[in-house]
Design a protein around this ligand. Sequence first.
Ligand code: SF4
Length: 327
Amino acid sequence: MSSSSSNQPILKVENLVKSFPILGGLFSREVASVKAVSGVSFELKKGETLGLVGESGCGKSTLGRTIIRLLEPTSGKIYFEGKDITNLEGPELRILRRKMQIIFQDPFASLNPRMTVGAIIEEPLEIHGLFPNPKDRIERIKQLVDMVGLRFEHLQRYPHEFSGGQRQRIGIARALAVEPELIVCDEPVSALDVSIQAQVINLLMELQKKLNLTYIFIAHDLKVVEHVSNRVAVMYLGKIAELADSMELYKNPQHPYTQALLSAIPFPDPRHKEDRIILTGDVPSPMNPPNGCYFHPRCPKVMEKCNSQIPELKETISGHETSCLLY
Ligand code: SF4
């Protein structure tokens, strides 16, 4: 976690929506749509890390991919370094892709098994025409493997010859190759053993400091996000339920959903057990979201108005936004 170097946001997302069509009938026409991201707004400063947390299916990965334009936004606006990038196409989008990279959850599935590590790291340099001189390119690749804690001789090997943690290092080197400004880390440690998770997180934090990177760090584990994030956004069914500075959110959660997620973190002290809030039921389907507050069928603090009124995300304490009719 590093502090921001400027007050200007590097990224601004306004009322972003991402829907997917549901096709049906004889001619596979669109019969309905499902909103995976449903009107999300936030800003991110350079050098900052925003943690995006929520249960599986809450839209956090879709949000990350839509922001970096791997998915087409349905509506809303995305500004990067002050420029509207919502509808960029062609060469302009290609230039943008250099600045925004992604690290995937499963480093094995995301690395081509038929390419050597050297070729995997070189590919983005080739695509973007960087370091065209062979000597300079080799130097750059050497620098990248060194930066992520791999060795030069690893470049001749294939992904299956590496452990999960090492494969994630290869994925990080590939993402860094094009000198990005913003990296979406999409559950980068979820597939790794607990003992390896800390090493990869420490590496990401070191690299952030060294290269002044901005991260969107997606995770379902609130514990992981606490240590890497300056701010945390808790998502529920495609919307932000709560957004605050990391320390503030953990100390003073406002939204009943955040309170339940935090209460589920195991504490070594057994006295904490009595505080556990058990959520009943599953996350509703985004194809058929509930009326009113999306969380009302599971909320331990539900009120009568919650099934008809939609809460807005608003500042409930300075710098702390919550979407709940209790406030
Ligand atoms: Fe619970 Fe109502 Fe707040 Fe929704 S608006 S989180 S249902 S109290």
